[in-house]
Design a protein around this ligand. Structure first.
Ligand SMILES: Cc1cc2nc3c(=O)[nH]c(=O)nc-3n(C[C@H](O)[C@H](O)[C@H](O)COP(=O)(O)OP(=O)(O)OC[C@H]3O[C@@H](n4cnc5c(N)ncnc54)[C@H](O)[C@@H]3O)c2cc1C
Ligand code: FES
Length: 368
């Protein structure tokens, strides 16, 4: 009897193993798309092994599309034109495309499109200036309890050419139970005049993959990889008045812009509102205040939303929006540069429009 049961178990196990083997082989066969060609702008062609996303296929060929969310389909930064070979639009793409983009029919998210055959795409030529950099961590400074400033020194001979306000994408290393490498966007906080190194200001996000690596694992001397520069958040070359608004680590790109203006000089009228909760969320305050003596018309205004009486805070309180009316002199001739959480950006944008600032003069990088 026991022998018969054992025999049945052995037969069933053998069938199970055979089925699993057939499924693995079939899976490999079905997802074996062989060599595929990607035609870029009708001017360049790269050959890749099919089966992975358009985003990573291009990145393997050192062509780096912006991908702030690291390919999770949540930022929309990797949009590009797929002229042919992209297959049907996927449900994961639709929420990030506008009605017009969907109607156009060929705007796609490169992180969601899988390359299964030859593909024709169109991307801006500026993408070809984005490169991979190898760097060593030169310094890590605590700016607050949850914000660090990291200095990256590039390998011998590597230099970055960027506009103040742009960002890079940092690649994290595996640690503890996190086995994957992720890439995340971080605005450059140092000025473009320094090109053999750069600084980032990174706020810790509890449970965040990349920020936990940066805050709990990254050490001086570690080697890291990043790509860039990306983005269209940079100072427009006009004489318009400026309102800067930042919260948390959103200070990073504005610091870069202000340090750059220190080098070039400017007589533009500038007001910088920095929104934070309590005094312990403020940082680089003296450095920003000192700029009031450097520029002819510059004011730095930290605004605290949750200061307690024991903080003895004598500066502005509440949210930054109510202070716009007294600051804006000539709304049609004012540009606004905003950086921080999506919630803050939306609220500030609405208030600026109510104060008469034209929508096309409001520039922002949303850190969401
Ligand atoms: C253009 C751009 C520039 C950026 N520049 C900076 C910068 O200079 N400094 C900086 O610190 N960050 C910056 N960010 C945000 C950064 O790219 C990451 O999103 C952030 O550091 C979290 O990454 P993570 O891997 O640690 O968290 P994830 O593992 O991606 O996320 C973990 C969880 O936290 C949530 N989450 C993600 N980001 C945030 C956030 N910022 N606040 C609260 N919750 C969040 C996610 O929804 C998720 O639930 C920028 C983002 C963009 C798009
Ligand atoms: S990389 Fe973020 S949506 Fe594609």
């Amino acid at each position: 009897m026991l022998l018969m049961i054992l025999k049945d178990v052995a037969v069933l196990s053998a069938i199970g193993v055979s089925l699993a083997t057939v499924m693995v082989i079939a899976g490999r066969w079905l997802s074996n798309y062989g060599e595929c060609k990607i035609d870029i702008n009708g001017k360049r062609e790269v050959t890749i092994t099919g089966g992975t996303s358009l985003l990573s296929s291009l990145s393997d060929k050192q062509i780096f599309l912006p991908s702030a969310c690291g390919g999770r389909g949540s930022c929309g930064a990797c949009k590009c034109k797929v002229i042919s070979g992209g297959g049907p639009l996927l449900p994961t793409e639709k929420p990030l495309l506008s009605k017009e983009e969907i109607a156009e029919g060929n705007i796609r998210l490169a992180c969601q499109v899988k390359v299964k055959s030859d593909v024709k795409i169109e991307i801006p030529s500026s993408i070809f200036n984005i490169r991979r950099f190898h760097a060593t961590i030169a310094e890590i400074i605590d700016l607050t309890y949850d914000i660090k400033e990291i200095t990256f020194k590039f390998a011998e001979g590597e230099k970055i050419d960027f506009l103040a306000g742009q960002y890079v994408q940092l690649e994290s290393e595996p640690y503890n139970k996190v086995k994957e490498r992720v890439t995340r966007a971080y605005s450059i906080s140092s000025k473009p005049e320094i090109n053999d190194a750069l600084q980032l200001i990174i706020r810790y996000v509890p449970e965040g993959i990349c920020t936990t690596w940066v805050h709990k694992h990254l050490k001086v001397g570690d080697k890291v990889s990043l790509t860039g520069p990306y983005g269209d958040f940079y100072l427009r070359d006009t004489q318009a008045d400026i309102i800067f608004v930042a919260g948390g680590s959103g200070k990073a790109p504005i610091k870069s812009i202000l340090e750059h203006l220190q080098v070039t000089g400017t007589s533009r009228r500038m007001t910088y509102f920095f929104g934070a909760r309590t005094p312990k969320d403020l940082y680089l305050t003296e450095e920003m205040k000192a700029l009031e003596q450097v520029f002819s018309e510059f004011k730095y205004e930290p605004v605290l939303s949750a200061a307690k009486p024991e903080d003895k805070w004598t500066g502005k309180t509440g949210y930054v929006m109510p202070y716009f009316a007294e600051t804006i002199r000539d709304p049609k001739n004012t540009e606004a540069y905003l950086c921080g959480s999506p919630g803050m950006i939306n609220a500030v944008q609405k208030a600026l429009i109510e104060n008469g600032i034209p929508t096309d003069k409001i520039y922002y990088d949303s850190f969401g």
